[in-house]
Design a protein around this ligand. Structure first.
Ligand SMILES: NC(=O)c1ccc[n+]([C@@H]2O[C@H](COP(=O)([O-])OP(=O)(O)OC[C@H]3O[C@@H](n4cnc5c(N)ncnc54)[C@H](OP(=O)(O)O)[C@@H]3O)[C@@H](O)[C@H]2O)c1
Length: 354
């Protein structure tokens, strides 16, 4: 069966999603919604830096939702720190219109049932009205943390704790965005938006609850902590200079506490030099799931691309975590899904590179 897909808001990651849809034997790209007026009417392939695809982007939501597409790949961009509800109404409308949704936007929707407020109830209602399914994947939150941990837990008899890591080298990012976000190059970690109290909890709480439900426990309290390292000497990164004595690496943890113990933990290690945080013994960019129990299991997953690939391999992985899920999500009964509900969804593309 071929599933018809609308790409909603093609941006940096969606470039990889569009290439993924085009290369997937069970998927067909039939439309795209764009946010900016200057993208209206342009070929989606051209917008994504690919060959023309003969599919024109539009800003007309009604026209797109009136088509017979099966699924929307929802990749609207957002600022991690601001209120994320802006595009929620669009999401509900798409689900009510009879289109399934695979989602990357607002990654905390990886487990909506754990969100405070009416988000889960509203999504479930929209799915039932439209006869549709909704699932958020991504890398973190998403497959890199929760998915990897669920895989390790499959082999375990007794679980004391689950510790999930993201380890990234951020030195290649151009522009000030990531540098400012983590506070790299600053003297005081109070300048780092991600380290403001509550921000990391906001971002990772649903991942913790997903894992807690998976192992049959209930989190009593979420506790966050962080540490930073300082540059011993000045060095250059793509976005500028890191002066000596300023922040050159950030490590933060968000811990789901049960009976005073950290039973489920998400940890981020954001560095600028491969040699920093040597105690982790983690080379490259990737994810680690560490289950302590019987047996204890550690899974390390590094993400890289062939040397001739100019894109970001983590963006490819993020995009494919939703694109490859489309057939499963379309075939599922109506409702809100998570990684706990979906069988594996491997790639079927044998190698056409876009
Ligand atoms: N879970 C994960 O691991 C993971 C990993 C990567 C990304 N993500 C998420 O995936 C999403 C896409 O990331 P990205 O890097 O591709 O984002 P991006 O390039 O910054 O933006 C994606 C699209 O969003 C559109 N957009 C911007 N503001 C909008 C608004 N107010 N309303 C509607 N559309 C708007 C942009 O359109 P214009 O350019 O026309 O304004 C662009 O087409 C983000 O929400 C990000 O948080 C998740």
């Amino acid at each position: 069966m071929t599933y018809r897909v609308i790409q909603w808001a093609p941006g940096v990651v969606a470039r990889e999603a569009v290439a993924g849809v085009v290369g997937h034997p069970d998927l067909e790209l039939t439309g795209a919604w764009v946010h900016s007026a200057d993208k209206d009417g342009r070929d989606v392939g051209e917008l994504c830096g690919l060959d023309p695809l003969g599919v024109l982007a539009t800003r007309d939501k009604d026209a797109l939702l009136a088509t017979d597409a099966d699924c929307v790949c929802f990749t609207v961009g957002r600022n991690w720190v601001e209120d994320p509800t802006e595009s929620f109404e669009d999401l509900l409308r798409i689900l009510r219109s009879g289109k399934n949704v695979v989602n990357l936007w607002w990654p905390t929707l990886v487990y909506p049932r754990a969100l405070a407020g009416d988000f889960y109830k509203d999504l479930e209602k929209a799915c039932l009205e439209g006869g549709t399914s909704f699932c958020t994947v991504g890398m973190d939150p998403g497959y890199g943390t929760a998915g990897l941990a669920l895989s390790a837990l499959t082999l375990v008899r007794e679980v004391s704790s689950v510790h999930m890591y993201q380890v990234m080298n951020n030195a290649h990012w151009e522009g000030p965005g990531i540098t400012k976000f983590f506070g790299f190059g600053q003297r005081d970690s109070a300048a780092s938006p991600i380290l403001r109290p509550g921000v990391t909890t906001n971002y990772h709480a649903t991942t913790l609850h997903l894992l807690a439900d998976a192992i049959g426990t209930e989190i009593e309290e979420i506790v966050e902590d962080h540490s930073v390292i300082y540059a011993d000497e000045a060095f250059e990164i793509a976005s500028g200079s890191i002066p000596a004595g300023t922040i050159s690496g950030v490590r933060y943890r968000v811990k789901g506490m049960v009976g005073g113990q950290a039973r489920v933990v998400v940890e981020h290690v954001e560095r600028l030099r491969e040699e920093d945080f040597p105690e982790l013994e983690f080379r490259g960019d990737g994810y680690r799931a560490e289950v302590t129990g019987l047996p204890s299991i550690r899974l390390d997953m590094t993400v890289s691309a062939p040397p001739d690939y100019t894109g970001d391999p983590v963006a490819v992985a993020s995009a494919m975590s939703v694109v490859n899920a489309i057939p499963r999500v379309c075939a599922a009964p109506p409702g809100v899904l998570s990684l706990l509900d979906l069988p594996p969804f491997p790639s079927k593309n044998s190698g056409t590179r876009n």
